[in-house]
Write a protein that binds this ligand. Structure first.
Ligand SMILES: [Fe+2]
Length: 262
């Protein structure tokens, strides 16, 4: 078993906290004090490489958990682009029968065609929620970034009475995105790359100013050379637009606890 999957299995999340691990791009694993695990947008292959002629979409972050080894209670996707809903990752999962799979309708189609049993699939849409153990996973409105997929979601994630985490998904900027986002989440995880119509660092900081999270974490800037950005730009934009919001940059494969242990 991969060292990271083993670490996650063994990890005991302190009461009142949430533990999370970043696996690159918008891929995260969350674990609650009760031991419930949620994977979001886990891209554990290199299947986007060569998908768009002329673009370097070779993964630059190693695969930290092979799909065959992945064990989470809920496997959720925000939308049906290959770096978020990856048919190869899903096909190769060994524990499909023991997980729930959640996402918008086009992601559910990929789950089906990759061999996920129908009874394990939960379709989500803005406002709809999935409950599993102490997890409440609520889908949040996100604005599609191009016409290839018109069913984007963000997620509001909470385990029991623990911290509220808002992950934007891939979204373009629109007033309605800020309007629909959860207010005062503990943690905002935002795309900042700006490429392909996603929020850029300035827009992501503007979103943080509107919803006032305690901490903001940049993502979706690291995986592909041709869709990259410098997270320091987000840190700078936050200090101008949302100075009360703490910036936190995660390292791939390292556990991060919120709230942090004193
Ligand atoms: Fe993306």
């Amino acid at each position: 078993m991969s060292a990271l999957m083993e670490q996650i299995r063994q990890f005991r999340t302190p009461p009142g906290s949430v533990a999370l691990w970043w696996l690159g791009q918008m891929g995260y694993i969350f674990k609650s004090p009760a031991g419930t695990t949620l994977g979001v947008d886990l891209y554990l292959s290199d299947s986007c490489a060569g998908a768009v002629p002329g673009l370097d979409l070779n993964r630059r972050v190693p695969v930290l958990i092979e799909p065959e080894e992945l064990e989470v209670d809920v496997f959720a996707c925000t939308h049906n682009h290959g770096d978020h809903t990856d048919p190869e990752t899903i096909r190769r999962l060994s524990h499909k029968g023991a997980m729930l799979f959640a996402g918008p309708p086009p992601s559910c189609e990929v789950f089906r065609s990759a061999g996920v049993p129908e009874e394990r699939i939960r379709m989500l849409w803005p406002g709809a929620a999935l409950r599993q153990g102490d997890l409440e996973l609520r889908a949040v409105f996100a604005l599609p970034t191009d016409a290839s997929d018109l069913n984007h979601l963000g997620y509001a994630i909470r385990f029991g009475e623990g911290p509220l985490i808002y992950l934007t998904g891939d979204t373009a900027w629109h007033e309605l995105v800020a309007e629909a986002a959860p207010r005062k989440p503990d943690v905002l995880i935002a795309c900042i790359n700006g490429g392909f119509a996603n929020l850029n660092h300035w827009e992501a900081a503007g979103l943080a100013a509107r919803i006032e999270p305690a901490v903001a974490i940049p993502c979706h800037y690291d995986l592909f050379a041709d869709n990259a950005a410098d997270p320091r730009q987000f840190r700078a934009a936050l200090s101008v637009r949302a100075p009360r919001v703490r910036y936190r940059q995660l390292r791939h494969g390292e556990v991060w606890l919120y709230p942090p242990l004193e």
